[in-house]
Design a protein around this ligand. Structure first.
Ligand code: WTA
Length: 660
């Protein structure tokens, strides 16, 4: 997407309200003032190694200390704390028990049908150890990738930690992805083991996860997968294949509840997580243990200003990076109580979220703008019925939040008492990069405010020169940070091309290109403008237009397809597909529905196009490239503006207007 200063900045440029934290909040905060924050930022800027070293030493427990903080020899394949040895589960579990927190709740879980469960740190460690021993008994070895395809149940967290306990990296695939998507990820990662459930509850339906695993295996993943472990959740009839499929509860039954944590090197892989880019198939973002542990630990502590008695709830799914970093690793590494909810709000129970806050006296709530907008739409009467007075801090993540939703969140959910942390980051960054530290600075609705200490953000143009204040440009990160992705699994070339070679820089040999556009205002606050590549964000879920286009053209009737995002009040963006048909097919509602369902079965329900426009005139340049800019304007009902002289056939525009 080209950066368009005018339409991207739009009314947000006029947003200049500021909201300071209350005195009480600041006084008891970990970072209490702008001065403290700026001192930290300055310290990090002056001597980054010393800065990171001071936290790595004190916040992380090591089995063997590191000697080097940052190894730049193979940059941009940076290595952090390379000689160090540790196990992230020791930092997330054992050390808290040693410190007397064994009986503290580690996990509170609320199931969709109303069942619930809590695990103390001691309980969680025991379950993780049993699961770890079970994995070993099936032959899972250190370094071997395990795929996790699960609903939001405690076993999802336990499975992740069990893998980490024995040094087997995990690859969690969101339970809403189709069997096709699962298959691609299993094959790309060469995962011999899958941990799944018979099914999961999502809204009012049961999602048949095991069935999806079976069809992934039957359609190609079978060449890779040896064993499948199945958790009983829905009790629905499923087929179990002898010597390949095993019940979780049977495997765990007789396992010892102690498993020695494997001694891991800092740069051993902790996980792969697939995310969409602008080209090709989703890429397997690789994170390694120590740097990720440190960054999720620190950011969680700073941003959520965590106290020992906080009940913290992040509504993401563990299938996304937010779930990895801020349901599992960040909170547990800090010895906090993390809440996990199986469901998503549904029309029959819009109060579910507020009921959970009331029931467990949640003090910190972290969700996505898209959820806030849908709550807003259904009116304040619903949350007003519940006692939300336990809340002291609110957060958002995943997409730009419009100032109206921000104000509603602060007013209606936070009763104007809670600071809001709008956190900008990505799968690739491991943890939050830009966010208010809630006791330290004033917030502005719609801005993620300032980069965290140690993070150097700059907005530049294509040539790599810094742009003016309030001018839109590409968001880059100048310096390496511990939680950064290490590579793309199996494709280091793509890692270099997508993130490091894209923008030249006058002073730094390597700058990280995030794929987002942004501007920085007079106060140094960052305003994210959205993706500048062909990635669209539907309800905060990241999807590549090319992925959806490949799914479309794999339908027998589709000759060519072009997908664009259209602004959507609730979802942020909605998917609109322009499709030309093969000769023998005719446009009909039935065909359009069939094509939509085909995309769902290829990718998952999150990728279902809202609208498919059948046309035989896709606008192309003389070199055959589809001009998406034109399609975007048409999809949004805007006038097509800008240069159209490169169009091969200018008459397509009129035809297209008729078709859309
Ligand atoms: C977008 C999600 C505006 C952004 C953690 C980024 C945001 C992409 C924000 C990463 C925010 C995330 N304000 N935009 N606070 N947070 N984004 O990898 O475009 O699923 O590049 O990670 O989400 O999406 P991902």
């Amino acid at each position: 997407m080209e950066l368009n200063k005018k339409n991207s900045i739009n009314n947000i440029l006029e947003e200049n309200r500021t909201f300071p934290p209350s005195k009480e909040f600041s006084n008891s905060a970990i970072i209490k003032s702008k001065k403290d924050l700026f001192d930290l930022r300055e310290k990090a800027r002056k001597n980054p190694n010393e800065f990171w070293d001071s936290y790595a030493k004190t916040e992380i427990d090591w089995f063997r200390p590191y000697e080097t903080v940052l190894d730049r020899n193979k940059a941009p394949f940076f290595r952090w704390f390379p000689e160090g040895q540790l196990n992230i589960t020791y930092n997330c579990l054992d050390r808290h028990i040693k410190n007397g927190l064994g009986d503290k709740n580690a996990l509170i879980w609320e199931g969709e049908p109303g069942d619930s469960k809590t695990y103390s740190y001691k309980d969680l460690l025991k379950e993780v150890c049993k699961a770890a021993n079970a994995l070993k008994s099936l032959g899972v070895k250190k370094g071997e990738l395990v795929c996790i395809y699960m609903p939001m149940i405690p076993e999802a967290m336990i499975a992740m930690l069990a893998c980490a306990r024995i040094g087997a990296p995990h690859s969690v695939v969101f339970g809403g992805f189709s069997s096709e998507s699962l298959k691609d990820r299993v094959i790309d990662g060469n995962a011999k083991f899958i941990i799944t459930a018979d099914g999961g509850y999502r809204k009012d339906k049961v999602i048949e996860l095991k069935k999806a695993v079976d069809s992934a295996i039957d359609s190609g993943a079978g060449d890779v997968v040896n064993k499948v472990i199945v958790i009983k959740r829905t009790n629905k009839e499923i087929s179990m294949k002898l010597n390949r499929d095993f019940w979780w509860h049977e495997l765990l039954e007789n396992q010892d509840d102690w498993c020695e944590p494997e001694i891991m090197n800092s740069e051993d892989r902790l996980f792969i997580l697939y995310t969409s880019g602008s080209t090709g198939k989703p890429k397997g973002v690789v994170h390694t243990i120590a740097g990720y542990n440190l960054w999720t630990h620190l950011t969680f502590k700073w941003i959520f200003d965590i106290k020992s008695d906080d009940i913290y709830w992040c509504t993401a799914d563990v299938g996304w990076i937010t779930g990895h970093s801020y349901i599992v690793y960040g909170p547990l590494s800090n010895g906090s109580t993390t809440l996990m909810y199986e469901g998503v709000p549904r029309p029959s129970n819009l109060g579910a979220f507020w009921q959970i806050i009331q029931k467990y006296k949640v003090s910190i709530f972290y969700t996505a703008p898209t959820a806030i907008r849908s709550f807003m739409k259904s009116g304040r009467e619903i949350p007003d019925k519940y006692d939300l007075s336990s809340l002291r801090l609110l957060g958002t993540v995943g997409e730009p939040i419009n100032p109206e939703a921000w104000i509603w969140y602060k007013d209606v959910i936070g009763n104007n008492q809670c600071p809001i942390v709008d956190t900008w980051w990505q799968t690739e960054t491991g943890g939050v990069m830009i966010s208010p530290l809630p006791g330290a600075i004033d917030t502005k609705p719609g801005s993620a405010t300032l980069p965290l200490p140690g993070i150097e953000v700059e907005i530049v143009n294509k040539e790599g020169s810094r742009v003016e204040i309030n001018e839109g440009g590409y968001l880059i990160i100048r310096k390496p940070w511990p939680g950064m992705m290490r590579t793309i699994h199996g494709n280091s070339q793509r890692f270099l091309e997508s993130y490091w070679d894209f923008i030249p820089h006058k002073e730094e040999p390597f700058v990280y290109f995030a794929g987002d556009g942004a501007r920085i205002d007079n106060d140094g606050y960052v305003w994210i403008m959205g993706r500048v590549d062909d990635v669209i964000s539907v309800s905060g879920h990241r999807l590549g237009t090319m992925e959806i286009e490949s799914a479309l053209v794999s339908h027998e009737s589709v000759a060519e397809a072009a997908v664009v995002g259209k602004k959507d009040e609730l979802k942020g963006e909605a998917i609109v597909a322009f499709v030309s048909l093969e000769k023998n097919f005719k446009n009909s509602d039935q065909l359009v529905d069939e094509i939509k369902l085909h995309v769902v079965s290829e990718i998952g329900v999150i990728a279902k196009p809202e609208k498919i426009i059948i046309t035989d005139s896709l606008p192309k340049t003389r070199s055959g490239k589809i001009m998406r800019r034109i399609l975007r304007s048409l999809a949004s009902g805007e006038k097509v503006s800008g240069d159209i002289s490169t169009l091969e056939d200018s008459s397509v525009l009129e035809k297209l207007k008729k078709d859309s």
